[in-house]
Write a protein that binds this ligand. Structure first.
Ligand code: SF4
Length: 267
């Protein structure tokens, strides 16, 4: 394959590549878990991180659609509010094929935010894994850096779906009957790329008349929320990101033509 003008990956190639990337992620995450020792209390049945509205790049969605085809065709999603892939017993029904974000559940996370135009590192960890050395004093080798693997996934996605390199969907939307409108029509996905560049991810776009998404300012996950048009044209509310739990101040403006703007700010 020419590196200058790569041929788009087939579905099968994209799925294989995503699996190889997951292996690398597991290798790193397992080593980190071992190094952190008993403070990592994650175990089967603890599903506090398995919240609804988690989104994945299309390339990981393809992997799950392929590997969990039978489950998706024959089983029911978990009730809204929990990840659709959780079992009644609180176990992941696609554990082997779970997406990248799930493979870092429970680890101390580090990411960069802007403060006075300067990048500042922010860290967080599941409260259940808080005990032990303060995460602020952990060495950089002992925290999971948010960014590099996301960039790799995004690059992989660009090779798999060059026309819609930012296409994402929620895990719930993988289930038949849970589509809740279009996942992300290509024209909107393309406009998202432009918006990401132009508005630094803050401007969001409509997926359907009653659903919007925003990019969490902390963990950068795309979060889907329902729109309640009965609450007036200018709405402001605080919502915890369902992925990283950071509070987000959401400013929603409904236009008379039915369109809307949703902006997320750190709260
Ligand atoms: S895919 Fe599995 S690990 Fe990930 S949030 Fe859902 S149930 Fe939890």
């Amino acid at each position: 394959m020419s590196r200058e003008n790569p041929t788009p990956l087939s579905d099968a190639e994209a799925v294989s590549a995503a699996k190889r990337l997951h292996s690398l992620i597991d290798e790193r995450a397992s080593a980190l878990t071992r190094e952190l020792g008993p403070r990592i209390t994650c175990h089967l049945g603890c599903s506090g991180c398995c919240r609804d509205a988690l989104t994945v790049f299309e390339v990981e969605a393809r992997l799950i659609r392929t590997e969990a085809a039978e489950l998706l065709a024959t089983a029911e999603p978990a009730p809204p509010g929990r990840c659709a892939f959780l079992s009644d017993a609180g176990a992941c029904r696609i554990y082997e094929h779970r997406p990248y974000v799930c493979r870092t559940h429970g680890l101390p996370l580090a990411w960069l935010e802007e403060a006075d135009d300067e990048p500042v590192e922010v860290r967080d960890i599941c409260p259940l894994n808080e005990a032990g050395e303060p995460i602020e004093s952990l060495s950089s080798e002992h925290v999971w850096e948010i960014g590099p693997f996301e960039e790799t996934l995004q690059a992989l996605q660009a090779l798999a779906t060059p026309d819609t390199p930012m296409l994402r969907c929620s895990l719930r939307q993988l289930w038949p009957g849970c589509e809740a409108g279009p996942l992300e029509p290509p024209d909107l996905a393309l406009s998202r790329v432009a918006r990401d560049v132009a508005f630094d991810d803050q401007e969001t776009l409509s997926l359907s008349e009653d659903q919007a998404s925003y990019r969490c300012t902390a963990c950068h996950e795309t979060i889907f929320i329902p729109i309640d048009r009965t609450e007036g044209p200018h709405q402001e509310f605080i919502e915890d990101c369902p992925v990283c739990c950071r509070p987000q101040r959401l400013l929603l403006t409904l236009e008379s033509d039915g369109s809307f703007h949703l902006i997320a700010e750190p709260s």
